[in-house]
Design a protein around this ligand. Structure first.
Ligand SMILES: [Zn+2]
Length: 136
């Protein structure tokens, strides 16, 4: 087991996947130039950030909350492009009584409400149209 094996394992199919940690580092160091937005594939708003110093600092501050979502969306797009399977099972949350509950899209993290007895049936994400099987 040499170093090469571990390295290949580390890169592997994750090569196209962006990291939230890296995105935050870029946001802190170069965020006023929109570099974190370029990193997430958002060229248009990246250029806007570049020429307006992150919408005069306001857009930059707001991005502190948007970075994880931007990274997830970029990764979902990359997975779709490279034909990777969706990641691990959706997180499940129970809402109110037992009438309905919220599940989270495995691709974009968007919440969607489904009937409580919908286990095993399929729903399309309202945001990215990924079809999810409702977990138990
Ligand atoms: Zn989605």
């Amino acid at each position: 087991m040499g170093r090469a094996g571990g390295l290949a394992e580390a890169c592997g199919e994750d090569q196209a996947v962006r990291s939230i940690g890296v995105a935050y580092v870029l946001w802190i160091l170069l965020g006023l130039n929109g570099v974190h937005r370029f990193y997430c594939g958002r060229i248009g708003t990246g250029l806007l950030w570049l020429f307006t110093a992150g919408l005069f600092g306001i857009g930059w501050l707001v991005d502190a909350f948007l970075v994880p979502g931007m990274v997830r969306e970029a990764n979902a797009a990359a997975r779709a492009e490279y034909g990777y399977p969706p990641p691990a099972p959706a997180r499940v949350g129970v809402v109110g009584a037992s009438a309905s509950r919220v599940i989270y899209c495995t691709q974009c993290g968007s919440p969607m409400q489904v009937p409580a007895n919908a286990v095993g049936t399929q729903y399309a994400c309202p945001r990215c149209r990924t079809v999810l099987e409702v977990p138990a």
